[in-house]
Design a protein around this ligand. Structure first.
Ligand code: NAP
Length: 312
């Protein structure tokens, strides 16, 4: 524990990978006087109670939100609007309400209209995750040295933004502020498109299964294994991401398809120079990412937190 709590009562609505990681980290750092949580199913609520990470597990979203100083929606993007509507009458005046959704424009559109005057809406997206989900999958170190992007609507009380910034910094994240539209465009290329490609390629390999099934598994270390990890990500979460960020994803997909056509043509024509130059450029980009500390050059199995994530 370190220092005084930043918020007397924190409510986490949803307790999966992200909610569970926030709870573990906030508790470890002493950032919340009390942590209250709930989840949609009785099964998850019972498991969270068993884990003993939070102070109280309650039955309903309304009960969790009541009297909380910070409410964070840790649920799929598509559920944020209806849940905001449900909890709105129970929010404490002056409370900060936030979320962790991977798309921001749709969350702002769906949540903001329900919120009463006097609460401060500061949407957030921690750019950190694994392919695991559920109450057992979270871990306190998930956000360390990762970005958390805040997208406060214009006119949001700067003090509320600062309090949320301090909370995310307190659990190890680096905080950046953007508009929702800019966030959605950046994440379309850096996260959403790579997931779509992984989902596609694993599906394609599966369709070729009758000829290659044993080879697909046996030789999966040659690049395919990384795609299978990404393609194991939660189907509900990713369905909602693509539905909610349709325009930005389609724009990026258009550019991607054009670039893929250029590489296809180079392969067909035996144009080694084009291929070499392209691969040299992308290698430099990868090295830049490692240099600024956003990834390690160690193989996955050698990374510090690789063994801490648990399957559902
Ligand atoms: P998760 O592990 O599947 O947990 C989701 C939680 O939300 C569960 O507690 C679930 O309850 C609850 N829930 C689901 N539908 C609900 C509904 N309609 N109403 C109320 N509660 C509901 O998911 P997660 O990975 O933590 O993702 C949560 C959010 O974080 C998503 O918006 C996602 O975009 C964002 N995010 C995810 C990652 C990632 O890598 N996973 C990274 C950054 C941001 P039950 O268990 O009872 O079903």
């Amino acid at each position: 524990m370190s220092g005084a709590p930043l918020f007397d009562r924190v409510a986490l609505i949803g307790f999966g990978l992200i909610g569970g990681s926030i709870a573990r980290a906030a508790r470890a750092q002493g950032l919340a006087g009390e942590i209250v949580t709930t989840a949609r199913s009785e099964k998850t609520r019972a498991r969270v109670a068993e884990l003993g990470i939070v102070d109280r597990v309650v039955e309903t979203n309304a009960e969790a939100a009541r009297d909380a100083d910070l409410v964070i929606l840790c649920i799929p993007v598509g559920a944020c609007g209806p849940v905001a509507q449900e909890i709105a009458p129970h929010l404490k005046p002056g409370a900060v309400i936030s979320d962790v959704g991977s798309v921001k424009g749709a969350v702002v559109r769906d949540v903001a209209p329900h919120l009463p005057v006097g609460v401060h809406f500061v949407p957030a997206h921690p750019v950190a995750g694994t392919e695991h989900s559920g109450p057992d999958s979270g871990f306190a170190e998930l956000f360390i040295n990762r970005w958390c992007i805040l997208t406060p609507p214009e006119g949001t009380d700067p003090a509320a933004i600062e309090r949320l910034r301090a909370f995310w910094s307190g659990i190890g994240a680096k905080v950046e502020i953007m508009t929702p539209d800019h966030h959605d465009l950046v994440l379309a290329i850096t996260s959403h498109l790579p997931h779509l490609i992984a989902y596609t390629i694993v599906g394609t390999a599966e369709e070729l299964g009758q000829v290659t099934s044993s080879e697909v598994i046996e030789f999966s270390a040659g690049g395919f294994r990384d795609f299978t990890r990404i393609a194991a990500s939660d189907p509900t979460m990713w369905r909602d991401v693509f539905l909610a960020n349709k325009d930005a994803v389609l724009e990026m997909l258009g550019t991607f398809n054009e670039d893929l056509s250029k590489l296809t043509r180079a392969i067909r024509r035996g144009d080694g120079e084009t291929l070499f130059n392209h691969f040299a450029r992308t290698r430099a980009i990868r090295r830049g990412i490692v240099e600024i500390g956003q990834d390690s050059s160690a193989p996955d199995f050698g990374r510090p937190y690789a063994n801490l994530t648990k399957k559902k």
